[in-house]
Design a protein. Structure first.
Length: 497
């Protein structure tokens, strides 16, 4: 055997034992053997080789017979403890094995780092991943979650999950924290008018232009329904908080929009339905518009307002217990999971009825771009309006962040029951397609909103860290701003996601 200085090519590292017992997965072995005979057969012709054997603790072996083989210069157990080594090779073998151990540790850390990164991404974007999985499962097993399917989703999901979502919202709303924002009336009026009136009417005008094209008319009206929805309570508040905006203003306006939207959104939609372009929608109903409207309001009150009110009453009566339970059982994640079940049910029905086959792929592609464009355009518009340099009008940076998210985010949880109440599955094709624009918009608002959070957070931080001309005044202002910024970052509102 050679006595040259140790390098990577000097030794052959082999494993002796069952492959299932091999704990040193990070080490690349030259060969693996399950018994002594296989090893001896291998080394018969290896007269010039220097072999280091790693032994499994679960295998019985005769170490004496191995030592007699001149090619074997060292024997280690699977914990890399030396059992035997040729005296003249001790230094080289030790150096070689230390290098192997270091490589093993580096690979372990690298694998752990990659795993932690993957888990971090999954935790951050688990809702979007869940959205894709729910659509995939709906495609593979459509008969489970479809309307009239095995679980009767028209009752268990489209009513049960929606009631559960808003009940959790009611349990999660911390009313006392909203007191300081009640008198900010100018901000509240602006947000409500923009979200529930300006937004839907402008999108309605855009939809009339789209109606002149060959795009599917049901999808076009689905865009109108999407635009008429109030903001999602959780999404707008969480985005506002993460961007260091006025989260309490965001929460109050999201709640106010949900209550007003229960009555105003159906009224606006019925107004738009009177256009002759969308006659096919009203003809699918069994009753007149007035009765339909009262029917829709009744459904929305039972599925949205009543659970929200009951949840809030329970929260006010047993605040401490509810806060503990909310944290213990992760209400935010439960809420998102319930929303994914609703999406799964919608797509199960769509795939089971073959409604997707009637839509041209170009229409879906256009819908994705239109929804993304609407979100970005209306985000920029509301920021510009909120920051107009007009005396007694211009809102602060923190208020502007809350205004933007509350003004452009739309509530998927409210949209699904409203569509159900509008048609009661009297026309399955229309009921299948109407939610698609809202589902796509909900996905895009999460993706684009994540980017907006980063940009707006940088804007807020830059504003609060901006130095003034006077050094003494600068120290005072910067200190106050940093304190305010830290306070905002430390405060949390736990709202169902």
């Amino acid at each position: 055997m050679s006595n040259e200085k140790n390098d990577e090519n000097l030794f052959e590292l082999v494993w002796l034992g069952n492959s299932s017992d091999k704990a040193l997965s990070e080490i690349n072995f030259t060969h693996e053997f399950t018994n002594n005979y296989q090893l001896k057969e291998y080394i018969i012709d290896k007269t010039d080789s220097s072999i280091i054997v790693i032994l499994s603790e679960s295998i019985s072996f005769d170490i004496t017979s191995l030592v007699e083989c001149p090619q074997i210069c060292a024997i280690y157990n699977e914990k890399l403890v030396c059992l035997y080594c040729l005296p003249r090779m001790i230094s080289s073998v030790e150096t070689y094995m230390k290098n192997k151990q270091q490589q093993q540790e580096i690979k372990k850390k690298s694998n752990q780092s990659c795993l932690s990164k993957i888990l971090s991404i999954v935790r951050k974007y688990w809702f979007l991943i869940g959205l894709l999985l729910s659509i995939l499962i709906a495609y593979i097993f459509p008969n489970v979650g479809k309307t009239g399917g095995y679980i009767r989703s028209e009752w268990t999901v489209k009513y049960g999950c929606i009631i559960f979502i808003f009940f959790l919202n009611g349990l999660s709303i911390v009313t006392r924290q909203l007191a300081k924002e009640v008198l900010h009336i100018r901000l509240h009026i602006f947000v409500q008018i923009y979200s529930l009136i300006i937004f839907p009417f402008l999108v309605y005008g855009l939809s009339l232009l789209l109606a002149k094209t060959s795009m599917n008319k049901t999808l076009i009206f689905g865009i109108i329904i999407m635009a008429s929805m109030p903001p999602t309570i959780s999404g707008s508040v969480i985005m506002t908080k993460n961007a260091l905006g006025n989260e309490y203003a965001g929460l109050l306006n999201a709640i106010l929009s949900s209550v007003l939207g229960t009555f105003l959104s159906p009224a606006v939609i019925f107004l738009f339905m009177k256009n002759s372009i969308f006659d096919f929608l009203s003809k699918t109903s069994n009753t007149q518009h007035e009765l339909n409207y009262s029917h829709v309001i009744k459904n929305l009150c039972l599925t949205i307002l009543l659970p929200l009110f009951i949840g809030q009453m329970i929260h006010l009566l047993w605040t401490k217990k509810i806060i503990y339970i909310r944290e213990k059982f992760h209400f935010a994640e439960l809420n998102s999971l319930a929303l994914l079940i609703v999406v799964w049910s919608v797509f199960s029905t769509v795939f089971s009825t073959g409604s997707f086959q009637t839509i041209q792929k170009i229409d879906l592609l256009i819908l994705i771009f239109i929804n993304g464009g609407i979100y970005i355009l209306f985000s920029l518009l509301i920021i510009i309006i909120a920051r107009l340099p007009v005396r007694h009008w211009q809102f602060s940076e923190k208020d502007t962040v809350a205004i933007m998210f509350c003004g452009v985010m739309k509530n998927l949880g409210m949209g699904i029951p409203l569509i159900n109440a509008l048609h009661d599955n009297t026309n399955q094709y229309i009921s299948d397609l109407l939610p698609l624009p809202l589902i796509i918009y909900h996905t895009e608002q999460l993706l684009i909103g994540t980017i907006q959070v980063t940009l707006l957070k940088h804007w807020i931080e830059k504003k609060f860290n901006k130095p003034t001309q006077t050094l003494k005044h600068n120290t005072y202002v910067q200190s106050n701003n940093e304190d305010e910024l830290k306070t905002d970052e430390s405060e949390t509102i736990n709202v169902a996601c």
